[in-house]
Ligand binder design. Structure first.
Ligand code: PGA
Length: 244
């Protein structure tokens, strides 16, 4: 795993943006795996700025989001579709055909999981997958204990994840307790992965990801097994790493 240390969140977003642009400009039909949450917001803002200044075109890209809550409609402000629509799909003027988010309202979850996997395969796989990390080591919504051989599946969210994520909802009761997520094997199938980590609250998680045992009890540790992973982490997140 390659680790790029940066001073702060601004520098992290800029570095992530450089990875995005590089893949976009060197791949014929670039396919991006995208994450939600607080961490990638700066990356999306920089990309939207580029588009507005007409410096880059995005009409040849395809995107797949990692996950979505079960039970939320696309227009629910807490849904990941809504998050992506507001920050990325709409400002970049992306066509519906270019973007993919699991359907959390599907009447048939098995079929939806299968469809999502197939769609990724039909696109030729993901060229560059961006990931955030949960304090418990989750990637996507793959909580501790998820099998490394998992594909897109339905998950029960842990109490800790629900507590952390309830900040995006008006009331705690609105917070869904299930999600649909790409599995560990789906994520590991990406050609390249960039993990973004910022803040002191993620320092322990980053340490375990890079220096800990590879174990299903800490999902992000699986990244040690991928040949092309870059971690972009700020100084605060790196505080607990051995080699300072
Ligand atoms: P965050 O979430 O970017 O909001 O910290 C990351 C995650 O839970 O995967």
């Amino acid at each position: 795993m390659k680790v790029i240390r940066v001073d702060d969140y601004e520098a992290l977003s800029k570095k992530a943006y450089e990875f995005f642009i590089h893949t976009m400009n060197t791949t014929e039909q670039p396919v991006f795996g995208l994450a939600t949450g607080s961490t990638p917001k700066g990356l999306y803002e920089l990309l939207v700025d580029e588009y507005k200044q007409k410096k880059q075109v995005f009409e040849h890209i395809q995107t797949f989001n990692l996950d979505e809550y079960v039970g939320l409609a696309k227009d629910h402000p807490g849904s990941y579709y809504y998050y992506m629509y507001e920050r990325f799909f709409n400002p970049l003027n992306l066509d519906q055909k270019q973007v993919n988010v699991p359907n959390g309202l599907t009447p048939n979850f098995d079929e939806e999981c299968e469809r999502y996997e197939q769609k990724i395969a039909e696109a030729g796989g993901i060229d560059l997958q961006f990931l955030g990390i949960g304090v418990n080591g989750h990637i996507g919504f793959n909580e501790p204990g998820t099998s490394f051989s998992s594909r897109t599946h339905i998950v029960e969210l842990t109490k800790s994840t629900m507590e952390v994520n309830s900040r995006f909802f008006e009331t705690k009761e609105e917070m869904p307790n299930k999600a649909i997520t790409m599995g560990i094997k789906s994520i590991m199938g990406s050609k390249e992965i960039v993990l973004l980590v910022n803040g002191e609250h993620k320092a322990e998680a980053l340490k375990q990801t890079i220096e800990g045992n590879v174990t299903e009890d800490f999902p992000a540790s699986v990244l040690q097994k991928h040949p092309h992973v870059t971690v972009i982490a700020d100084t605060d997140a790196c505080k607990k790493l051995q080699a300072q």
